[in-house]
Design a protein around this ligand. Structure first.
Ligand code: DGJ
Length: 386
């Protein structure tokens, strides 16, 4: 009996030690940002919020992202958008699924299995509503739908109520169309469908804008930006991904106004993120290579509607050509810290999307005031004090 007791005690001790060692290995997010590690929420579950965006509201950060599942199917929306909250950007509380796919109506715009990407949420001071915009692809069309969709909530943690999807700015020409408006449309443009990152003609005579004039402009990778005066903008990859469009939103943030500009024509930028510092607007975006990382781009403008001046790849060093193995999703201004901005990116895992990881790094500014990002294997927010 004694022997059995001794054996059980030793076995118990062994399990305790083994577990605590294991826990040490698992506990990777301890007041530090370690890009590419597994980041766990308050329940010890890996955070599932890909292609995300952040809202800071009443002292709390809300992180919204695509909830992915295992396997190839995980690139489509099987669950919806997940939200996490935090006051320090290290410890994340699971706030659950805030916009859920519809399971009992296969024809619904957000039926299970459609593509829903890159949710961004902004708060409207006038209506007191939380407004979410995201990229939506109806079922079975791959990425040909190129639509944006809107959902609204009374609280940052939802539930968000789906409103509608659309192609933005139907019936409107861009404000900076200039004399391109007179040029004839290229015949190939009329029937052209998405071919990835290269199209067999230049878009400089507004071929694709004209093609999509009636039904609205294409909208794939996207983000939102709220300016100091409360005016909000939707920034999205358009014209078969060749050109970004920046559209002014209506006062209630639920629609575009028809005022928009085309920027970086034929530069094939995806993953746009905009932030403002000292009265200037900065853009960080990726190139266009599907789920594979590529060199990022950056740009600056005095006015959000341009003209924009393209700068260099903001990533430095050996892995700059793949943006430290990431593609951006948002640039977060750190609350309460002057000139402190954080690059947020995804390290996609297209064959097992749930295991995609996050790459967060501080944005610094060079002598000309241009943004750049250095790789830091681990860091904390005292980095902004340096
Ligand atoms: C790159 C985009 O940035 C992602 O959001 C996603 O749409 C993939 N392309 C799909 O290949």
């Amino acid at each position: 009996m004694n022997r059995i007791f001794q054996f059980l005690s030793i076995a118990f001790l062994f399990v305790l030690v083994f577990n605590s060692c294991n826990k040490k290995e698992e506990k990777v997010q301890e007041s530090k940002i370690i890009s590419g590690a597994i980041w766990k929420d308050n329940n010890g579950v890996p955070i599932n919020a890909h292609g995300g965006g952040m809202l800071y509201h009443d002292g709390v950060y809300y992180w919204y992202g695509e909830h992915k599942v295992e396997g190839l199917v995980g690139n489509t929306a099987q669950v919806g958008f997940h939200c996490y909250s935090s006051t320090n950007l290290y410890d994340w509380n699971d706030e659950g699924i805030v916009l859920r796919v519809v399971e009992d109506d296969p024809d619904h715009d957000i039926a299970k299995g459609v593509i829903m990407e890159r949710p961004k949420v902004i708060y409207n001071q006038k209506t007191k509503k939380f407004v979410m915009w995201f990229h939506l692809e109806p079922k079975g069309v791959m990425y040909d739908g190129a639509k944006t969709a809107i959902a609204i909530a009374d609280s940052p943690t939802g539930n968000f109520k789906y409103v509608r999807s659309m192609r933005p700015n139907a019936g409107h020409m861009p404000l900076n169309a200039g004399d391109l408006i007179e040029k004839p449309i290229h015949p190939v443009a009329l029937s052209y469908r998405f071919g990835g990152s290269a199209i067999p003609f230049s878009t400089d005579s507004l071929n694709l804008v004209k093609r999509d004039f009636k039904n609205g402009q294409m909208s794939r990778d996207q983000t939102l930006f709220v300016d100091d005066d409360g005016t909000a903008y939707h920034i999205h990859a358009s014209e078969e991904n060749a050109t970004l469009h920046i559209s002014k939103l209506t006062d209630d943030y639920t629609d575009t106004t028809g005022e928009y500009v085309r920027v970086f024509p034929d530069r094939f930028m995806e993953a746009p993120a905009i932030f403002k510092k000292d009265g200037k607007y900065y853009l960080i975006a990726s190139g266009c290579t599907g789920w594979a990382p590529n060199a990022s781009r950056s740009a600056v403008a005095e006015n959000i509607f341009g003209p924009w001046q393209e700068l260099s790849n903001p990533f430095k060093g050996e892995l700059a050509y793949i943006s430290y193995d990431s593609q951006g999703n948002y640039v977060l201004p750190i609350a309460g810290k002057k000139d402190a901005f954080m690059y947020m990116g995804d390290r996609w895992n297209p064959t097992n999307p749930i295991d995609g990881r996050y790459v967060w790094l501080p944005i610094k500014f060079d002598i000309d005031g241009y943004p750049y990002v250095d790789y830091l294997p681990e860091w904390d927010f005292s980095e902004y004090e340096k």
